[in-house]
Design a protein around this ligand. Structure first.
Ligand code: IPE
Ligand code: IPE
Ligand code: MG
Length: 249
């Protein structure tokens, strides 16, 4: 850990309030590669070390849940060469990191329309879920082939099926019933949503869950996002006044 990182971490611990759940839209790999006159997959590969950095940063800071947007439903529209490079990187990431993540107490959950994955990518997903199932320090949600609207539609369909089977009365459909049909059932909502690369949009990420998340836009491109950048975001979060519609205390 560098001096800057340990200073920031000390500040975070001194303040004491740490977001329970941090969600990140990892953006800017393509621009990072372009700045270096390299093909886009070079940026995606470089982004893997930033994933390692934020996982370690969350473990050190005491964050309990980390959600990473790795590949959106809309990203399937990208050129086939880029999609296959991203899928190979996913497989490589899992092959390389699964045992370390398990040893560090990280439990990996993977959410999205996984039916669209190749057999090799699906096997990798199965493997990391299985190998890290007992992790109790940090829940790591990886969103792959994920779209927020599709997740909401799926929840509505699950509710309708339960009503049709007579397991649920329409009157019993409340926020809790809806929430329990989301991929993230059982996981607290994100307190902090970070988007890198300066873009100021949600791009269909966690539409239900971020209702009251604090937003933090970082201009850093994802491959350059490191532990210090994460800690800066946590310090910024500690300065927020979260009112939830109420008045300040
Ligand atoms: C984020 O980086 C990674 C994915 C969306 C898979 P981008 O590939 O979107 O990079 P930019 O936004 O083009 O720079
Ligand atoms: C959002 O980034 C998806 C991920 C980070 C996986 P995009 O780069 O795909 O989003 P847009 O196109 O800028 O909205
Ligand atoms: Mg992008």
């Amino acid at each position: 850990m560098t001096d800057t990182e340990s200073d920031l971490l000390a500040r975070i611990h001194m303040h004491g309030v740490v977001p329970r759940h941090v969600a990140i839209i990892m953006d800017g790999n393509g621009r990072w590669a372009r700045e270096r006159h390299m093909p886009r997959p070079f940026g995606h590969r470089s982004g893997m070390k930033a994933v390692r950095a934020v996982v370690e940063g969350c473990l050190e800071a005491g964050v309990k849940w980390l959600s990473l947007f790795a590949f959106s439903q809309e990203n399937w529209q990208r050129p086939e060469t880029e999609v296959s490079a991203l899928m190979s990187l996913l497989e490589e990431f899992i092959a390389r990191e699964a045992s370390d993540l398990a040893a560090q107490g990280v439990c990996v959950h993977v959410h999205g329309d996984l039916d669209r994955l190749s057999p090799a990518a699906a096997a990798a997903v199965h493997r990391i879920r299985h190998e890290t199932a007992h992790g109790a320090r940090l829940g790591l949600n990886l969103f792959i082939s994920y779209g927020g609207r599709a997740e909401l539609v799926r929840a509505a369909r699950l509710l309708a099926e339960d009503v049709q089977r007579g397991h649920l009365a329409p009157d019993a459909i409340d926020e809790q019933a809806f929430r329990s049909r989301l991929f993230t059932a059982g996981c607290p909502d994100p307190d902090l949503l970070i988007r890198t690369s300066g873009e100021q949009r949600l791009s269909n990420f966690l539409l239900w869950q971020i209702a009251y998340a604090e937003l933090y836009i970082s201009s850093v491109l994802w491959p350059d996002f490191d532990r210090a950048a994460l800690y800066e975001a946590l310090c910024d979060f500690q300065r927020r006044d979260r009112r939830f519609g109420n008045v300040s205390t």
